[in-house]
Every structure is written in C-alpha cells, then in structure tokens.
Ligand binder design. Structure first.
Ligand code: MLT
Length: 409
C-alpha cells in the first residue's frame, strides 16, 4: 500500500485562514440576519484600476485575433513584463538582467514552490509571529524548523544570533502580521549573517508598496551582499489588487550560488519543467501596473487602505490599546484588551459586534495575546468596525461587556 506524506500528520488540523472562514461561516449559519465586517484575511476590497482593466480587455481581444493570439507563454515570464519589473527595480537603484526576474502566479504559490530548490534536510528559520504558510510548507516537506520568537521588546524585529542559525531564513518586511519594518542597518545584519553562514534568505516583499518611510528598503537587493544570499518574492496581490487575478514575481540573482549550484539556473530548470507560464492576459494586465499611469492609479487605492489604517489606529488610540504597524504596512497588530487570549478576543468581537480579525496565536505561539486587523476592508466597513470597537471596549462599557461575555463562555 502506498505511504502518503506522513508529515501532513504534523500539521495543525486546518490552515489559519481556512479555520477562520469556517468559524465565520458557522456563525452566519446561526445568525443569518447579521452582516460581518471583515478585517481578517488581507484580501483587497477595491477593484483593479482602470489602466489594468484596459490592458486586460485588450489582451482578451488579442486572444480572439489570428494575428495577435498567444499560445504557451515563456515559462519564466513574458519579456515585456520581465522588462517592466526590471525597470521598477532600476528605479530603486537595483540593476537586474531580465533573466534574474521570474514571473509567478503569486507570492504564496511561489513561497511554497521555491522550497524545491533546497534539500529536505536543510533547516529553516521562521521569525515569529509569522505568515503561517512558511511553517506549514516546511512541515509538509519534513524540514526542521527553528522558531525565533520576537516581541514588543525588540519591536518584533529580532536581530541575528546563534539561535537564529539555519539554512533557509524567512524574512518578511514590511511584516505580516506585525506591520514592523526592518531598517537598512537591521536588514544588513541579516544579509551579513546569511553570507557568513552560507544560508539563503527568502525575502517576502509582498507589502513593499505600503512603505511610507524613505529610509526603509523596498527591496533587499538595495543592500550590499544580498545578491549573493537572497531570493526576493513579491506580488501584485496587495500592491495592485491582484488577489483574485494572481500575479507575482521573484528575483534570483545570477550570483546566488551554494555548493557549486547556481540557484538561478536551478529555478529556470524547475519552472521550465513544472509550469507553462502565467497566462498572457494576466501578464498584460500586470504590465500596466508598472506604467506611470498604472502606478498613479494603484497609489490612489493604496491611499484609501492607508486611510482605513488611520481609522483603526484612531479607535485604538481612543481605547488606549497598544498596537504597532499600520504605517508602512497594511496590518495593525494589537494587544488584546483585558488580557484576553487571541481566540477569545476573536470570538468576543465576532459575537458582540460581528467584526472579524485574525487571532495572533495563528501566527505562532508568541502571537498569543495579540490580534491583527487588516486595512483592506471597504472604507464603510472599516469605519463601522472602528465605531463598534470603541462602543464595545470604551471606558463605560468595557468591564460590563467583557464580564458578561466571559460568563456566557
Ligand atoms: C494574510 O491575510 O495574511 C494574507 O492575505 C494571506 C495571503 O496573502 O495569502
């Protein structure tokens, strides 16, 4: 009889966001008259911008034309899109050749797929709290995971140490879920550490478009030595509303070599074997994001999400609740009030005010006692959620409401 991958038995029963979706579904089934205000998963609420839509329509028309029709696309990405992405990096001062840019169907897909480059015996470091797919994808592969806890005391931005030694180092900046961002100096320390130890950094840059602070790097390749140790994985999901459209990109320098193997060449070998490329239509739409007009339009949308962040932060300020993030990232990470557990706070908000957030514990043990709000909800929902939060947790009602809830549990 075939033996399935037994490492699946080491996973939690269900994936964090699936679990939350099931809980909210069950709540709605019992309370069909209620409307949920969703500030949980980081899924965008604004439609694709006009520049993208126009290109998507025109690409659909191309596919109807004998002269302009496209069949299989190049596995690593269409030259027109690789060029547009390389040009985007150029503006950050990062020079890339087109064959260092890989077009993907999204960062989450790529974060899982890229692990093919590494031996299953290699160890991986996850700085927690962390996006749960880092951990789950490595559990599935049977890798040993080094969990490095971060906390309020280091601003959720730990620095390298012997306890952080591993072959694969996950770094996400701006961070999901905490919204914390590494400064140039802090990130440089990780690059130097990786190069000294022969590790590879998997740099998740999915939220770089939300950086406001001029001194913070958008790409790890802005820093010295990164080309020799890092792979950068980025996405248009949050930058340009592509969560349902799917497009991402990955940068692997030709200089990244471990054990005599060139990781760029290996990834070409992998992609040409395992994919037939991203659809022509989607790549055309994505290229519009990198035009001046596309950039201007997506920035208008990002501005709206940043307004949402301000609305939530004002509510938390009013309530005297500790939080971080929200400035250079679309997530706000807060301390649960009244020492509530993070799932307890999740249930409390769902039951009392129909606001859905994400319990910090879902991002690792050290996330217990914290909670995450996404700023990608609609403006109306975010404003309503902030109002309900203040009403629920405000000075006058706080203890009565909380005690009443605890008694019912
Ligand atoms: C999140 O909410 O953490 C993200 O939206 C999940 C994802 O990008 O897959």
């Amino acid at each position: 009889m075939i033996t399935p991958n037994m490492h699946y038995a080491d996973l939690k029963d269900s994936y964090l966001f699936y679990n939350i979706a099931q809980k909210t579904k069950a709540y709605l089934a019992q309370n069909p008259d209620k409307r949920l205000l969703r500030l949980g998963i980081g899924d965008v609420s604004l439609p694709l911008c006009d520049a993208v839509i126009k290109e998507l329509h025109s690409a659909v028309d191309d596919q109807a034309s004998k002269e302009r029709f496209h069949g299989y696309m190049p596995e690593c990405g269409a030259p027109f899109l690789r060029e547009a992405i390389a040009e985007h990096y150029h503006k950050l001062g990062v020079m890339l050749s087109l064959d260092e840019v890989f077009v993907s169907s999204g960062a989450s897909d790529e974060l899982g797929d890229i692990l093919d480059l590494f031996d299953r015996k290699s160890t991986c470091l996850v700085i927690e709290p962390a996006y749960p797919a880092y951990v789950d994808a490595n559990i599935m592969a049977g890798r040993t995971i080094v969990h490095l806890a971060s906390g309020k005391e280091n601003g959720f931005l730990p620095q390298p140490s012997d306890a952080a030694k591993a072959d694969i180092l996950y770094i996400c900046s701006p961070n999901n879920p905490t919204g914390a961002v590494f400064s140039r100096e802090q990130l440089q320390a990780w690059i130097d550490f990786a190069n000294e130890n022969g590790s590879v950094i998997l740099f998740d840059a999915a939220y770089e478009a939300f950086i406001e602070d001029d001194t913070v790097p958008h790409s790890i390749f802005e820093l010295e030595g990164a080309q020799r140790c890092a792979i950068e994985i980025c996405s248009l999901s949050k930058t340009a509303g592509f969560t349902g459209t799917r497009l991402g990109y990955t940068v692997i320098s030709k200089q990244l070599v471990r054990n005599g193997m060139n990781l760029n060449d290996m990834w070409v070998r992998n992609r040409t074997t395992k994919t037939n490329g991203v659809s022509y239509i989607i790549q055309k739409g994505a290229a519009a994001v990198f035009t001046d007009e596309g950039r201007r339009q997506i920035n208008e949308n990002i501005k709206i999400y940043k307004e949402n962040a301000k609305v939530i932060m004002r509510a938390l300020d009013k309530l005297g609740i500790w939080y971080c993030g929200g400035k250079n990232a679309p997530y706000i990470w807060l301390r649960c009030p009244n020492n509530m557990g993070s799932w307890e706070f999740f249930d409390y908000l769902l039951n009392e005010i129909q606001v859905v957030g994400t319990p910090g514990e879902g991002f690792g043990k050290c996330g217990e006692g914290y909670f995450r709000f996404s700023t990608f909800g609609s403006q109306a929902d975010t404003q309503e959620a902030a109002k309900r939060l203040v009403q629920l947790l405000g000075e006058v009602h706080r203890f009565a409401a909380f005690c009443a809830f605890r008694c019912r549990c």
